[in-house]
Design a protein around this ligand. Structure first.
Ligand code: BGC
Ligand code: NOJ
Length: 813
């Protein structure tokens, strides 16, 4: 194997990834903010901030897919004599004497050194506050006095990120700012319907400022050489229209060895309609002043930072494993859980691959994300379930996405993705098992957010199940609708028009027949969960009714969904098989193998084992399992977007990391620990990090949605990092199925599935009001717990009964 260039390494002690070369193969980013105010930040401090919704409340501007890459961010320019440099290298790209970026849990620290000066910036969003803190520390490490000229820089977005990029006839005339002391206020559109503004402040006197981009940068310059900075002279410009920015100018004198802190704050404020102004046209700054006062000293900022770190200590103390394998432990204990929190917050809206304007919160996505997050902050998971269910329609169908700001279903995309309803059961069951809070089932939840339409959450679950059984096709398998989990298998689309959306176009002429085996498997898995839940809450009749539907589905799959060596993927509009040996291409698909093996359909007849073997034989490659094989080499009108992608990319035989865990869980249920582990390690970031930093290209500390598959031009190249269901599925797989610590209604079930080589390990698990220290002794077994001892006493079975307090558990396999 060719030795790959390295750009960084893990620092487990500090729970950081340390980037030591700014020219990463792609911007390696991090997320700041935990609830309302969010920022994306790259390893060169590029990125942007928004309040709740990356589309409707964008605070700073960003330019995607630009030249050069990663253009726009929070930049500090340091002019030291004739040299101008930035701590994060960009935008000036002046070679640094030292560069380091440490991405941690909801914070990033960027440090640069040049000519005896060190500039280190700590970026984070304090808990419960609507602002980003940028604590800049300048230190003179030389033996001479340093006279530095410091310029800060932020560029405002005119709030709506979509119109900001296109409606220039309006935008160029609306921009407005105010300047007061060391604070620059952005108040575009505040005069009319908006009641929010932003500000950029520094806790030191300034010797100048700029708010007009053209004046500061120069019309034909770049961020790398703004006129004002190059000349070392701010223009004190006041923006009217065009592109408002915020730049402070500070003259800093540093004695040898001296260091100074500056606290910069990027804040967001909302005012009541009748309290918008303090004088005609002058914004009411009361709340801004108050926020600034909370963070105007290094001490206050350090305290806020300590609070953030304490939050992460607590969150990461809920599930902690010690296996002795650093690569596994760091993913389980740190990065996988961290990524789950990020996907829970952002769904698929804003990353360096999702522009933040196209997509809100996904119905299926958010339900899945919940499973990765529910153990950490259950009340937020609870609220999320209610929000999601509120976008359901009375017939059980649902909006495919909703906007986080309004929590309303997104009409641009609508509904009709027939897997969506099942995911509500998946999310809700996970929540109840973690918390024991059955009361959520009695919550009154509306349809399509219409007041007066409320029914209980349980009824929402019921109609979700019903939606599947009321929409069966000719083989008694679920109708696929616009698509199932695979957004790109569009069996009712039939599009020759490149301007049509594959996702929303439906050219159905005579009533659809296309059916999905993925939904069939999903229905059986979630149906079994639903039946168990009904029994648990005393709804025996409902349990029986749904058990029959589940049994019927199992029969339908055995009868019409088995191809001989694997499960079929679907039937198309004309009733022809998809994912069959009879097909020319794409003979086998991963989704139905994953879901039907998780559902254990036909296990007794060897179907599960055969399906899992076929995944190894036809789908597996060095970098993971591809989605389908062989790849489509041409567009198939009856299949839609899936066949539009070049071979090996995205849904056309890419390694969709998201669905690898489904097969891994199938392996675990079948007790095949060696196979489960080998699939898992192939897509585990820490293993990839060790082998491939250049080829993999994207961040080595999180999973990406897709890695180019074996048919691709560059197998192993990753894309679409961060916001992917992979995070939650990797977590669910490793925490519950591989390491085998599974929350259940009455306690924790211990049921690991491990490679033969596994040695003893310990999991510390907080669960409701209990805390368990669980030691597992595999003894070379892949599966099967022989005995569980709780506080010195053997128990019957493998479920540790829940009881508050601390417990020591030992399980022998
Ligand atoms: C992508 C999918 C995505 C869908 C919806 C497709 O182009 O390949 O991964 O879910 O668009 O935005
Ligand atoms: C990404 C989407 O967010 C997810 O919902 C979908 O299941 C996958 N792409 C596969 O198409």
């Amino acid at each position: 194997m060719e030795q790959q260039k390295r750009y960084g390494h893990f620092d487990d002690q500090n729970r950081e990834y340390v980037i030591t070369n700014p020219q990463t193969p792609w911007p390696w980013i991090n997320y700041l903010g935990n609830e309302d105010f969010f920022s994306l930040i790259s390893n060169t401090a590029g990125g942007y901030s928004f309040y709740k919704d990356a589309k409707f409340r964008r605070i700073t501007r960003y330019r995607y897919n630009n030249v050069p890459m990663d253009n726009g961010g929070r930049y500090f320019y340091i002019k030291d004599g004739d040299t101008v440099w930035n701590p994060g290298w960009k935008p000036c790209k002046t070679p640094l004497d030292f560069y380091e970026c440490r991405h941690g849990m909801s914070y990033t620290r960027v440090t640069g050194r040049k000519n005896g000066v060190e500039a280190s910036v700590l970026f984070f969003v304090p808990l419960k506050k609507w602002c980003e803190v940028q604590k800049l520390t300048l230190k003179n490490e030389s033996s001479e006095v340093k006279q530095l000229k410091l310029f800060s820089f932020e560029e405002w977005c005119l709030w709506n990120a979509a119109t900001d990029m296109e409606n220039f006839q309006r935008n160029f005339s609306t921009g407005e700012v105010e300047i007061e002391g060391s604070t620059i206020y952005h108040k575009t559109e505040y005069r009319e319907r908006r009641n929010h503004y932003a500000f950029y402040h520094v806790n030191a006197p300034i010797q100048g400022f700029d708010t007009d981009r053209e004046t500061f940068v120069g019309l034909y310059n770049e961020f790398a050489n703004p006129d004002a900075v190059m000349e070392g002279k701010p223009r004190n410009s006041h923006a009217h229209g065009w592109s408002p920015i915020a730049s402070h100018y500070i003259e800093v004198t540093l004695q040898p060895g001296e260091s100074k802190d500056f606290v910069f704050l990027l804040g967001y404020i909302e005012n009541e309609q009748d309290e918008k102004f303090e004088a005609p046209q002058v914004i009411n700054k009361k709340k801004a002043h108050a926020l600034i006062a909370e963070l105007d000293t290094t001490e206050k900022v350090d305290k806020a930072f300590a609070e953030l770190c304490a939050l992460w200590d607590n969150l990461l103390n809920i599930y902690k494993v010690k296996t002795g394998n650093d690569k596994l432990d760091r993913m389980v204990n740190i990065w996988n859980q961290y990524q789950c929190m990020v996907t829970f917050n952002f769904s698929r809206s804003a990353s360096f691959f999702e522009s933040g304007v196209g997509r809100g919160m996904g119905f299926r996505d958010s339900n899945q994300d919940l499973v990765g997050f529910v153990h950490q902050i259950p009340p937020r998971a609870r609220q999320r379930i209610i929000d999601i269910a509120s976008t359901q329609f009375p017939d059980g169908g649902c909006y495919h996405q909703y906007q986080p700001l309004t929590k309303r279903g997104n009409n641009d995309i609508g509904g009709g993705f027939n897997d969506d309803p099942c995911w509500l059961i998946f999310g809700t069951v996970a929540y109840i098992k973690e918390t024991g809070d059955f009361s959520i089932l009695d919550e009154m939840v509306p349809f399509d957010n219409q007041p007066g339409t409320e029914v209980t959450l349980f009824d929402h679950l019921k109609i979700s199940m019903n939606h599947v059984i009321e929409n069966l096709g000719p083989h008694m398998l679920p109708l696929i609708g616009r698509a199932d989990w695979n957004d790109c298998l569009n069996l009712n689309c039939f599009s020759w028009d490149p301007n049509e959306s594959f996702q929303t176009t439906e050219n159905v002429s005579e009533g659809t027949k296309a059916e999905s085996l993925m939904i069939a498997g999903l229905f059986v898995v979630t149906g079994k969960d639903y039946v168990a839940l009904c029994k648990k809450i005393g709804k025996a009749d409902e349990a029986e009714r749904m058990q029959k539907a589940v049994d019927a589905m199992i029969e339908a799959v055995k009868k019409h969904g088995w191809d001989g060596e694997w499960y079929l993927r679907a039937y198309d509009f004309y009733g022809r098989k998809i994912g069959s040996n009879e097909c020319d291409e794409a003979k086998i698909f991963i989704e139905s193998q994953g879901w039907c093996t998780m559902a254990e359909i036909g296990a007794e007849d060897g179907l599960v084992a055969k399906s899992l073997d076929s995944c190894k034989k036809y789908l597996e490659c060095e970098h993971g399992m591809v989605l389908n094989n062989p790849a489509f080499s041409k567009y198939i009108y009856e299949y839609g977007e899936i066949s539009s992608y070049p071979e090996g990319y995205k849904e056309n035989a890419g390694i969709f990391c998201h669905n690898n865990p489904w097969v891994i869980i199938g392996e675990c249920l079948a007790g095949r620990g060696n196979d489960a582990w080998s699939h898992y390690a192939k897509i585990l970031p820490s293993y990839v990090e060790e082998k491939y930093q250049t080829l993999h290209k994207v961040e080595p500390y999180v999973n990406c949605q897709m890695v180019a598959g074996k048919d691709a031009f560059k197998p192993g190249e990753g894309k679409n990092s961060w916001l992917t269901g992979t995070a939650a599925w990797m977590w669910y797989t490793v925490s519950e199925f591989i390491l085998g610590i599974k929350p259940d209604y009455d306690g924790i079930r211990i049921d690991p599935c491990l490679p033969e080589t596994a040695t003893d390990y310990t999991v510390q698990r907080k669960f409701r009001d209990a805390e368990y220290e669980i030691t597992i002794r595999p003894n070379g077994a892949q599966k099967g717990v022989k005995q569980v001892i709780v506080d010195g006493k053997p128990i019957d079975g493998t479920v540790i009964p829940y009881s508050p307090g601390k417990h020591v558990v030992e399980a022998t396999m």
